[in-house]
Design a protein around this ligand. Structure first.
Ligand code: RUQ
Ligand code: CUA
Length: 666
C-alpha cells in the first residue's frame, strides 16, 4: 500500500451511528444541552436517528458538536490566513470555520472598493516596482503585532513573496494601510515576523539576486548575488512602517527560508534558515542539474543567528552603505560587530520556530526525518568562547554539536512547528501528510523531546497554526492544518481544487481529533495566525462622520450634511456628496468634457452595517463607503454622455432607487 492509500484507509471508518446503542455518545452532553435550552422537544434517540439516517459515526457527531456555532453566537477565535497568490488575507472564524472576510491587500478588490478610491490606489501605487504598478501579490506569512511576546490585536503584517513587499493592516477596521517595497531584494519568504514588542518586522530574502534589482550574469553568482534580512521599523503611533529607520543586513547568496524572532532570553536575536548553500542556479539545458537537485546536495545548510538589537545600533551609528535609499549593513561589518553567525542544520531546512519560553529554536529539515532543537544558551556559549571557524564569506560558523540540544524523530518532510500550553509542540509532516505531536523538553521536564502522537491529514500539509502558537502564551484548544491538496475530500469543481484547512481538537493531552474540513476556493493559504476574539476590538462604524481611514482621523475635506454640492473652479470640479438610505446628495452632477473631477462622498449613516457603495460606469470605479467613512475618487471627464451612478450595496428596500445622474456635456 502506498503512503496516500494508507492514509485514506484510515479515513474509511464508517462505523455508522446506531440509534439506541450509540446514543451514549450524545449521551449526557446532548441531553443536558437540549434541556438547558428549556425546550424538551427531542430526546437522545432522535439525535441518534438523525445521525444514523445521515450515515454519521459517533466520531462525526462528536466533531459536529464541537464545531457547530449556532446562529446568533460568535466564534471564539479568528484566524488570519494568507491568501497565497490571490494576494489577500482571509479571516476565518474558529471553530465554525466560516470565512468572515477577505481583506484586500495586494490585489484590487471591488467589494471593499480597494484599489478604486484615491486613498487605496495610493497604497498600491506606493509599492510599485519602479514605475510599474503591481496588481497582485503572493502572500505567505501573516504576523499579528505583539506586546511582550503576546498578540495584542492591533495590527497585522503580511509579505508578498513575489515582489518582496510588506503590508500593514490596521485591525481597528481590518483595512490595508501601507505597502512598502523592499529596495534591496526582489523576492522574500522569511517574513512577516514581528519582534516581541513589534519594534521591527522581519523580512528575509528568498532567491538571491544582485542588490537593488540590478543586473549581473549568473556566472558571477558568488560575487554579485546576495541574500539579506531586512528589519522594517514599525511605528505604533502612526501605524506605519518607517522606511527611514529600516535597514538590511547582507547575507551570503544562500536562500533564506523562514525566520523567527527570539523572545524571553533570546529576545534581541532572530533566526533564519538558509538553504541552497550549494549556490545552485539551475541551467537544465546547459547541462546543470535542476535547482531541486542542485540545491539538495549538501547534508548541512545553515541557520543564521542574528543579533538584531545590535544591528539596529550599528545601523543607527551609520556603519552602513546606502543602497537605493535604504541602509545596508555589509556582511563584513555584520561579522566584525558580532551581529551574524551561522550554525549547520540538516538537509534543506524550512521552518524555524522559537519555543514559547524562548530557550530553544526548532528547525525542520525538509529532507530529514527529525526536527533539530538548538539551545539559545549553547549558541551564546559557543559565541562567547570564540568556538567557530569562518566560511568562504567570512561568516563565523558555530559547531553543530556545541549548539544542538537534541533531535526528535518525527517522520517524513517536517516543515513547521507550533506550540500549545500543555507543553506540546506540533510539527507538520508534508510527505507523511500528518501532524506530529511531541513533547518539548528542557530543565525540570520529564520525558521531553519525544513524539507522542501522529494524526493523518489530507494531504500535503504545509503550515499549521495553534492559537497564539508562535507566541510566549500559546493556547491549547485548536490547531488548523493548512493542507495543499484536497484530493477526494470535496465535490469536484473542475481541475483546480480548493485548498483544505482542517480543524483539529488538541485539548485532550491523550488524543488529537480531526473535527472539520474547510474547503477554501479563493487562494492558497500558506501560514495563518490564530487569536482569541477577546483580544480584538474592531470598530463596527467609524468613530466620527467624515472619517478618513487612510489617516484614521476626521478628514477636514469630508463632505458634511448640509454642505453638499458641486463646486466649479475653471475646469476643476469638486463634488461633495453624502449618502444615506436611500439617496446620494447631490444626485445630479453636471460636468463638461475635460473637467478634472475630485469626487468625495461621506456616508453619514451611524448604524452598524449600513454601508453604501458607489459604482460609476465608464470610470472603472466601485467604492465601499462604510458608516462614517469619507472616500475620494478623482478622474477626468473624458467622454461626453450620461452616466447613471448607483449604490452597489443592497442597503434598503429602496436600494435600487439609490442612484443619480452624472452628465458630461460636449
Ligand atoms: S512556506 S512556500 Cu511558509 Cu512552508 Cu511559503
Ligand atoms: Cu445604498 Cu444600496
Amino acid at each position: 500500500m502506498d503512503e496516500k492509500a494508507k492514509v485514506s484507509s484510515r479515513f474509511d471508518r464508517r462505523t455508522v451511528f446506531k440509534s439506541g446503542a450509540a446514543a451514549a455518545v450524545v449521551g449526557a452532553a446532548g441531553a443536558s444541552l437540549w434541556r438547558s435550552g428549556g425546550v424538551a422537544r427531542a430526546d437522545d434517540d432522535d439525535i441518534a436517528k438523525i445521525a444514523e439516517a445521515r450515515g454519521l459515526t459517533p466520531e462525526d457527531v462528536r466533531a459536529a458538536l464541537k464545531t457547530y456555532v449556532p446562529s446568533g453566537t460568535y466564534d471564539e477565535t479568528l484566524i488570519f490566513a494568507s491568501g497565497g497568490h490571490s494576494g489577500q488575507v482571509l479571516v476565518i472564524g474558529v471553530p465554525s470555520m466560516r470565512l468572515l472576510k477577505q481583506i484586500a491587500v495586494f490585489t484590487p478588490e471591488p467589494w471593499q472598493g480597494y484599489g478604486f478610491s484615491d486613498e487605496t490606489r495610493a497604497v498600491l501605487e506606493a509599492s510599485a516596482f519602479d514605475d510599474k504598478p503591481l496588481t497582485w501579490g503572493d502572500t505567505h506569512h501573516p504576523a499579528l503585532s505583539e506586546t511582550n511576546g503576546e498578540y495584542d490585536g492591533q495590527f497585522l503584517f503580511i509579505n508578498d513573496k513575489a515582489h518582496a513587499r510588506m503590508a500593514v493592516i490596521d485591525l481597528r477596521d481590518f483595512e490595508t494601510k501601507q505597502i512598502v517595497k523592499n529596495p534591496h531584494i526582489l523576492s522574500n519568504h522569511g517574513g512577516a515576523f514581528a519582534t516581541p514588542n513589534t519594534d521591527y518586522i522581519i523580512d528575509g530574502s528568498q532567491y538571491a539576486t544582485p542588490f537593488g534589482w540590478e543586473y549581473a550574469p549568473l556566472s558571477e553568482y558568488k560575487e554579485k548575488y546576495r541574500g539579506a534580512m531586512t528589519l522594517w521599523k514599525f511605528d505604533r503611533e502612526t501605524g506605519r512602517i518607517d522606511p527611514a529607520l529600516s535597514f538590511s543586513i547582507e547575507l551570503p547568496p544562500y536562500w533564506q527560508d523562514l525566520a523567527d524572532a527570539g523572545k524571553g532570553p533570546s529576545d534581541g536575536w532572530m533566526f533564519s534558515n538558509s538553504f541552497n548553500t550549494e549556490m545552485a542556479t539551475g541551467g537544465i539545458l546547459e547541462g546543470h542539474p535542476p535547482v531541486e537537485a542542485g540545491a539538495s546536495m549538501h547534508d548541512m545548510d545553515y541557520l543564521s543567528v542574528i543579533n538584531w538589537r545590535k544591528a539596529a545600533e550599528v545601523a543607527a551609528a551609520g556603519k552602513t552603505e546606502d543602497i537605493k535609499g535604504m541602509p545596508m549593513i555589509r556582511m563584513a561589518t555584520a561579522v566584525e560587530e558580532g551581529i551574524l553567525f551561522q550554525v549547520p542544520e540538516p538537509k534543506s531546512p524550512h521552518g524555524v520556530d522559537v519555543t514559547p519560553t524562548g530557550e530553544y529554536i526548532v528547525v525542520a529539515g525538509k529532507l530529514d526525518p527529525h526536527v533539530t532543537v538548538y539551545s539559545f544558551q549553547k549558541i551564546q556559549d559557543a559565541i562567547a568562547a570564540g568556538n567557530f571557524e569562518q566560511d568562504e564569506f567570512g561568516v563565523p560558523i558555530l559547531p553543530f554539536d556545541a549548539c544542538v540540544e537534541t533531535q526528535v524523530e518525527l517522520g517524513l518532510g517536517p516543515l513547521h512547528t507550533q506550540f500549545d500550553d500543555q507543553g506540546f509542540a506540533y510539527t507538520s509532516l508534508f510527505l507523511d501528510s500528518a501532524i506530529a505531536r511531541w513533547k518539548v523538553g528542557g530543565e525540570g521536564i520529564d520525558g521531553g523531546w519525544e513524539m507522542v502522537e501522529k494524526l493523518p491529514v489530507h494531504y500535503n500539509v504545509g503550515h499549521l497554526c495553534v492559537v497564539g502558537g508562535d507566541t510566549m502564551a500559546p493556547q491549547g484548544k485548536h490547531l488548523i492544518a493548512l493542507n495543499k491538496w484536497s484530493i477526494d475530500r470535496f465535490t469536484p469543481v473542475g481541475p483546480l481544487f480548493p485548498q483544505n484547512l482542517q480543524l483539529i481538537d488538541i485539548s485532550s493531552p491523550d488524543t488529537l481529533q480531526l473535527l472539520f474540513d474547510m474547503p477554501l476556493g479563493v487562494g492558497e493559504p500558506h501560514y495563518a495566525q490564530a487569536i482569541p476574539t477577546s483580544k480584538l476590538a474592531p470598530w463596527t462604524v467609524y468613530p466620527e462622520v467624515g472619517w478618513d481611514p487612510a489617516t484614521q482621523a476626521l478628514s477636514p475635506d469630508a463632505p458634511q450634511p448640509g454642505k453638499e454640492g458641486v463646486v466649479r473652479d475653471g475646469n476643476k470640479v469638486a463634488v461633495n456628496m453624502t449618502s444615506i438610505r436611500s439617496h446620494f446628495t447631490p444626485d445630479w452632477v453636471n460636468l463638461q468634457l475635460g473637467d478634472e473631477v475630485t469626487w468625495r462622498i461621506t456616508n453619514i449613516e451611524r448604524a452598524d452595517d449600513a454601508t453604501h457603495a458607489f459604482a460609476l460606469p465608464g470610470q472603472n470605479v466601485n467604492l465601499s463607503i462604510e458608516p462614517g467613512e469619507t472616500i475620494t475618487v478623482s478622474f477626468t471627464a473624458d467622454r461626453p454622455g450620461v452616466y447613471p451612478f448607483y449604490c452597489t450595496e443592497f442597503c434598503s428596500a429602496l436600494h435600487l432607487e439609490m442612484m443619480g445622474y452624472m452628465l458630461v456635456s460636449p
